[in-house]
Design a protein around this ligand. Sequence first.
Ligand SMILES: NC(=O)c1ccc[n+]([C@@H]2O[C@H](COP(=O)([O-])OP(=O)(O)OC[C@H]3O[C@@H](n4cnc5c(N)ncnc54)[C@H](O)[C@@H]3O)[C@@H](O)[C@H]2O)c1
Length: 274
Amino acid sequence: MSVFRSSAHALITGGASGVGYSVAQLCLKHSMRVSIVDFNQSSLDIAGKSLKGEVRLIKADVSSRQDWASIREQVGTDVDFLMLNAGIGGRGTWGDEDYFDKILATNLGGVVNGLNAYVPSFKERDGKGPSAIVITGSKQGITNPPGNAAYNASKAAVKTLAEHLSYDLKDTSIGVHLLVPGWTFTGLSGNTPGSEKAKPEGAWSADQVANYMYAKMQDKKFYIICPDDQVTEETDKKRMLWSVGDIVNERPPLTRWRDEYKEEAEKWMKEQKV
Ligand SMILES: NC(=O)c1ccc[n+]([C@@H]2O[C@H](COP(=O)([O-])OP(=O)(O)OC[C@H]3O[C@@H](n4cnc5c(N)ncnc54)[C@H](O)[C@@H]3O)[C@@H](O)[C@H]2O)c1
């Protein structure tokens, strides 16, 4: 039996747009009850009109503990599938406190708050049917490309949290998964709900990510690293191996993007077998 089953209850943060919205649709296709948490009212309104099935829409900010207390009151604790997915992008640099505060509060704080609000009840309900917790990370939290330190740090941190949670719950029937979308055409990349933009070549749709996640969850995979139409699974594996090679080989960090290492990195990627 899978967590995707009739009358099981899903709670999805950031579920009014993009990946979260597609996962909400997937859950509804399996006749699940779905609670969506999002802080964007216009996206919630659109989702309310377009999603068909048993849906509860909650306007709340995942970075607020108070809001999580209210979410628990409204949703209850009989949640079988928790997807901590709300996230923001944004640009900034050293000295820009607001940039760090905002991104870390949502992308990391939102996950910490959600786990503290729900992991205890997942543990109490263990054995009452399959359950799962998905945390949405990013390749930027693994390979750490330059240009967005706060975002990358937030996503590296949620990867660590998910890994710990997976270990801590290994003797339970609660599945834990780290979902790592590739380049996906969502609100974060200009496809806000209600806009009619065409998907750029190279990006995946949010539905593709949801379907990939579903297949990997059925296979009980913890790491769900999605390719896209530009980056293959093989390329992702090589990029991850090269990154950890910075530590193992005592190179400086982020060498894939440093002029003095670029050529070596490209050659290594061409020759490496994974
Ligand atoms: N789109 C990509 O290419 C991509 C790649 C890697 C990872 N991700 C991750 O996927 C997740 C989903 O993002 P998406 O791409 O579907 O973008 P999206 O903007 O379509 O969806 C994110 C949703 O989260 C909501 N949200 C943001 N901050 C919130 C808060 N504080 N409280 C409540 N809701 C909040 C937004 O209103 C939005 O509806 C994010 O964690 C993002 O970092 C996306």
